[in-house]
Design a protein around this ligand. Sequence first.
Ligand code: FES
Length: 61
Amino acid sequence: MFLCNCHGIRASQVEAARDAGCRTVRALFERMADAPPCCGKCIPEIRAALERQTMSAAAAE
Ligand code: FES
């Protein structure tokens, strides 16, 4: 499933980046795309995916 259709970024790629320590949408686009978000429609969903890990990690501690 694509989270960002403009840059072809898949949910699995966001999860992998998150697991590797990526915590912000900006950092994710720096890793995954050669340009910043263009339409921005994906930003809330990507942010939520990045925060899910943060919350899970916090709960585990
Ligand atoms: S869907 Fe990600 S920038 Fe458009």
